[in-house]
Each structure stands twice: as C-alpha cells, then as structure tokens.
Design a protein around this ligand. Structure first.
Ligand code: NAG
Ligand code: NAG
Ligand code: NAG
Ligand code: NAG
Ligand code: NAG
Ligand code: NAG
Ligand code: NAG
Ligand code: NAG
Length: 545
C-alpha cells in the first residue's frame, strides 16, 4: 500500500510539474530551425557535432537545454549535486572559437557531467557527497577535468553519488549522500540507481548532459551503467589519472565514461586516457604511453573469429534467471556473428574476500588527498578526523547511516605501508590474476571474458583489469517489484541490466570493439522500454522550432 502511494505521488508529480515523455509527443521540439533533430535522450556526439557545425544551435543553446532538463527532474531524481555557474560563459567562448573555424576535437562545446568526487578548480565543490568537503579548495583541476576541458568539453554539473563512493557505511543505500540526498533511477519510480556513480548513470541515461564520468573501485561504473541502460567503461587502473579525485584505493580506483553508445564512450575515453606525472600508475600504460585510436577500432564485424571465454564455474548459481536467459541468448548472438565461445573456467572460482586492501589504502590515500587541499574548512587531515566530523555533524545522518566501513579500516591499526597489507594485496593479485580473469585470458588466448554485469565487477577490481558493459536486457513489464530496506526498488518492471566484456590490462581497444559489434547487432538500448521519467525540454525549445 505504501508503495502504491509513493508511486502515485511520483507519477502525479511527474505529470504536473515535470512533463513526462507523453507530454512531448507532439514532437514540435524535435524540430530545430525546421530540421528534425534527435531527442536529447538519444542524441550522440556525432549528432551534436553536426548540429553545431551546421549552425542549427550553439553550445550556449545546448547548455541552456541541459540546465533546464536538470531543473525539471532533479527535485525527483537528485542526480545532480551542483551545476556549473560558469557553464554558459564557457560555452560562449567555445562558440566563438567554432565561429572562427577552430575546434578542439569531437568534444568541442559538448556538455559532460562529472561525478562529485572529481575535483575542479572553479566555483564547484568536490564533496564526495559529504559536508566534510563542502567549501574545500583544490590547487588546480583534477587531470580528468583538465583533459575534458582541453578536449573542448563543457563540465556542466557535478553528479551525486553514493557518499564517499560507497565507502563509509554498512547500512546506507546506493546513491545516497548527505550533501545531495537520495538518487533514484529513471526506469522505475524509486528505482535503486545502484552505485556509486549513481547520479552519473541517471544523468547519462536521460540526457542531463551528453554523457558523464564515473569512478570505480569495484562496480561503481559498471553497475549504475547497467541500471541506466548504458555503456560503461571501467578502464584498467592507470589508464586514467586519479590526480585530485577523492580516493578509496590507489590500487583499485579508476575513472571512466558512462554513455549511451559505445562510440560516445570511446570518444570520451580517448580524451581522458593518458600518462600523468601526478599519478605514477599511469606510467604502466604500454607503448610509451601512446593511447590507441579507440574510435578507429570500432568495426561492426569485430565478433568474427573473436575468442570469447565464459568462466562457467565462476557464474553465480543464484543469479536472476531473467538475466541468465538474456546472457545465454547473447552467447548465441555472438556465435552467429562468428565468435568462438570458449569454456574458460577460473582456477579459483570463488576466492575468499578481504576488506584489508581497501581499508588500508583508504587510510593512506584519503590522508594524501586531504593534504593537497589548499583550503580545508574543517581542518580534517586523517580518516579519524573525517569520521569524527561525520559522527557529529547533523547533516551526515549518523548513526542512521553508520560509519562501519571506516570503523573497520581504523581498527586495522595500520595502512598500506604495512607488510600485512602487502600480503593481502598479493592474494588479490593471485585471485584476479593467475587464479581468475587474467589467467583465464592467457591460458585460453582469449580476446575477452563475458559475464552478466551483475557478476563482473569483483573479477576485474582486485587486479585492476578493464570492463566494458553494454545494455543486455530488461525485466519484463509484468515483473513484481522487490524493495530494499530503505525503500528502493531492486527489481521491477522494465529495469535494465547489462553484459560485461572483461579483459587483460590495457585491452580497452579490443573490449570496445567487441562491445560495439554486440551493440550494433542487438540495439538493446534503442529497442527497449524507455525510462518512466524523461525531461521534455529539447533543443528546439531553446534554439527555435
Ligand atoms: C515523437 O517522436 C518519437 C520518437 O522520435 C516517436 O516514437 C513518436 O511516434 C513521435 N510522436 C508523434 C506524435 O509524432
Ligand atoms: C560550493 O559550496 C559553497 C559553500 O561552501 C557554496 O556557497 C557554493 O555555492 C557551492 N558551489 C556551487 C557551484 O554550488
Ligand atoms: C608510485 O609511487 C609510490 C610512492 O612514490 C611508490 O610507492 C609506488 O610503488 C609507485 N607505483 C608505481 C606503479 O610506480
Ligand atoms: C567448468 O565449470 C563448469 C561449472 O562448474 C563445469 O561444468 C565444467 O565441466 C568445467 N569445464 C572444464 C573444462 O573444466
Ligand atoms: C602509515 O603508516 C606509517 C607506519 O606506521 C606511518 O608512519 C604513517 O604516518 C601512516 N600514514 C597514514 C596516512 O596513516
Ligand atoms: C545503522 O547502523 C547503526 C549501528 O551501526 C544503527 O544505530 C542504525 O540504527 C542503523 N540504521 C538503520 C536504518 O537501521
Ligand atoms: C508476482 O506476485 C504475485 C503475488 O504475490 C504472484 O502470484 C506472481 O506469481 C508473481 N509473479 C512473478 C512473475 O513472480
Ligand atoms: C543542483 C541541485 O539541484 N542541487 C541540489 C542537490 O541536492 C540538494 C539536497 O537535496 C539540494 O539542496 C540541491 O539544491
């Protein structure tokens, strides 16, 4: 009963204040200056580039449209923490450049949203969702923000997230942060958006910008990507710089794109990948740091003769039958496309887990991040300081949302310089290496391993290997709703899920090519059900019909 009421409230609110998809059905606004133009929920970088070059609209129009879309849905979805007060001014400058015939590349003048743990040296805060960091200042842009700007992208907003990238509490919820509230997904009212890049996933899924950046330690890009019917790239640790990104673990953290198409994800990855003297893990990038041309690798025929492994003994026996049925149908599709499907069992299918690596890394890495702040309003230098702040600042909702993850990390009594940490790290490297993904790839000479995205993240997290997730399917429209402790819908009608391609380190070029071929063949995103809530402001509303 309570559930019904909530649903009805949201539906009414959507219809009255926000305009749901059906209100836009006249399609006037899908015309811009007399030309048909795709909806901002479907639009690609190529579409936007064409429209900008033709003069159908400007980047200023684009920013206005996206800001209006954010304003329409954010009171319900809480996907955005802050919008960039300088976005229109930046767009004006980029428009002027374009008018003079100069562009910085395919992202020139394209609005992108970044997760609120990737710092910018501008008016926006970098909070990780915590009041502890509101008002804090960084010495310069994070390398991710700087690279986006160098490529001409407009950072239009910061996305809400599971607070501290889901590294604080044992009883919080996906997508909740003290600073931004509770993110909910766009495919069903009160949908669990998954996390921790929850707002990035929602923003990209309904077009609050062209796409978004997320961060992943274990699952935080691929999981909200699948819940938003998205393509998510979790790059090899070290392909993208973590400089001035609020950390969990230097051994596992990575930053990647969450987009609606493989092509868009590849273009964004191209812009952000690369060596950075501020993050020495990037020195592991092969070929002297030269990044492959990801876009050129995307060929519809890439599945032909590809060697695709399935670690049957590592698939969960309790997995959802809906997801597994779609997974095996995908295997048949790949066979038809000429792929060789190879049984590639892991030698350690069910490794023990350790919380020590992340805990000890966090103690060290958080302190290192805090030490770089040029303004630290609450004078917080260690995890112990942040914990104390969190337990005493009312807005942090302690103890309703506890600090159990930090309590455990501090109870270790050591950090990642201790021999006990290194012993645990070696176990991870074995489980993810020879005993797991990397061993299976090497023994079977695979191009990739595939798994349902719900089961993939941990298999690549512990040794820093890459994953690309693509849309795979949806729960049926008649599916019964299941709800978590904090009232978020876990499974429900039309909720999307994904397929993951996992591979050896720095094999993104290959994984993107396979994901592209699968996407082009199946078109799951385009053919599937639409989100229940979609902003109805389109470019025509801003630039003129
Ligand atoms: C409006 O556009 C959508 C998507 O392009 C299309 O499915 C729908 O049929 C159109 N509606 C009208 C009334 O033209
Ligand atoms: C950043 O936080 C400060 C509060 O310290 C606030 O005044 C400011 O508006 C925030 N910036 C943005 C862009 O929201
Ligand atoms: C990066 O630098 C740190 C400290 O200077 C060092 O401990 C670590 O081994 C280096 N890592 C890599 C991958 O080079
Ligand atoms: C792989 O694991 C599956 C499931 O445990 C098992 O049925 C199969 O025989 C194994 N294959 C090989 C080649 O060992
Ligand atoms: C990490 O542990 C070492 C050895 O105990 C200590 O000297 C150092 O201060 C610790 N660093 C942090 C950030 O806890
Ligand atoms: C979360 O856990 C803390 C104890 O660690 C407890 O006090 C609090 O009530 C819990 N919150 C909920 C909603 O159960
Ligand atoms: C949905 O729930 C109803 C009532 O509990 C049950 O009869 C039905 O079998 C369920 N449907 C599915 C698809 O699980
Ligand atoms: C830009 C925006 O809508 N920010 C909101 C983020 O969430 C907090 C808490 O719900 C609001 O106060 C902000 O206005």
């Amino acid at each position: 009963m309570a559930r019904l009421t909530t649903w009805r409230l949201i539906s009414t609110a959507s219809a009255l204040w926000l305009g749901i998809a059906s209100l836009a059905a006249a399609n006037c606004s899908l015309s811009v200056k007399g030309e048909q133009f795709p909806s901002l929920i479907d639009v690609t970088i190529e579409d936007l580039e064409k429209g900008l070059n033709k003069g159908l609209f400007t980047s200023v129009d684009l920013v206005k449209a996206y800001l209006a879309r954010i304003a329409q849905v954010n009171p319900i979805l809480h996907a955005i923490n802050e919008v960039n007060p300088d976005a229109l001014a930046i767009a004006t400058d980029l428009d002027a450049m374009r008018a003079k015939g100069k562009t910085l590349g395919p992202l020139h003048g394209i609005p992108i949203i970044i997760k609120d743990n990737i710092a910018t040296a501008d008016k926006m805060n970098n909070t990780a969702g915590s009041f502890a960091l509101v008002g804090a200042k960084v010495p310069r842009d994070s390398t991710m923000a700087a690279k986006l700007r160098q490529a001409g992208a407009i950072i239009v907003a910061k996305a809400n997230l599971s607070q501290w990238a889901n590294y604080r509490s044992s009883n919080s919820s996906n997508g909740w942060s003290a600073y931004g509230g509770q993110v909910t997904g766009a495919y069903y009212p009160n949908q669990d958006p998954s996390g921790s890049s929850s707002g990035s996933g929602v923003a990209s899924s309904i077009g609050l910008a062209l796409a978004a950046l997320g961060t992943e330690t274990s699952g935080s890009i691929v999981s909200p990507s699948q819940r938003g019917n998205l393509v998510g790239v979790k790059p090899t640790v070290g392909l993208t710089s973590r400089y001035l990104v609020v950390p969990i673990s230097s051994h596992q953290d990575t930053i990647g794109p969450m987009a609606r198409t493989v092509k868009d994800a590849a273009i964004i990855l191209q812009a952000i990948a690369g060596r950075d003297c501020h993050d020495n893990y990037t020195s592991a990038i092969p070929n002297n740091g030269k990044i492959p041309n990801y876009l050129a690798a995307l060929k519809p025929g890439a599945l032909k003769n590809a060697r695709i492994g399935i670690p049957y003994n590592a698939l969960s026996p309790s997995a959802s039958s809906i997801e597994m049925t779609a997974f095996y149908a995908a295997v048949e599709t790949m066979k038809k496309e000429g792929a060789q499907i190879i049984s590639a069992n892991f030698t350690v299918p069910n490794p023990a887990t350790t919380s020590i690596v992340l805990g000890a890394d966090f103690v060290s890495d958080l302190a290192a991040y805090l030490s770089q702040l040029t303004h630290n309003p609450h004078n917080l230098h260690t995890l112990a300081d942040v914990r104390k702040f969190t337990q005493t600042f009312a807005g942090e909702m302690y103890p309703d949302r506890n600090t159990a993850t930090w309590d455990a990390a501090l109870a270790l009594g050591y950090n990642n310089t201790d021999i006990r940490f290194w012993q645990e790290l070696q176990k991870n490297y074995y489980w993810g290496g020879e005993g797991g993904l990397l061993g299976a790839v090497e023994r079977n000479k695979l191009d990739a391993v595939i798994m349902p995205t719900s089961q993939a993240a941990g298999r690549a997290a512990i040794q820093g290997a890459p994953i690309v997730t693509v849309p795979l399917g949806f729960y049926p429209a008649s599916w019964n709703v299941t709800v978590s402790g904090r009232g978020l819908v876990q499974q429900g009608p039309n909720m999307p899920f994904g397929l993951s391609f996992l591979g050896s380190k720095f094999s993104e070029e290959k994984l993107l090519a396979l994901a592209y071929a699968f996407e082009q063949k199946t078109q799951v995103r385009a053919k599937g059900p639409k989100p229940y809530i979609v902003p109805n402001i389109e470019l025509g509303d801003i630039a003129g019909f």
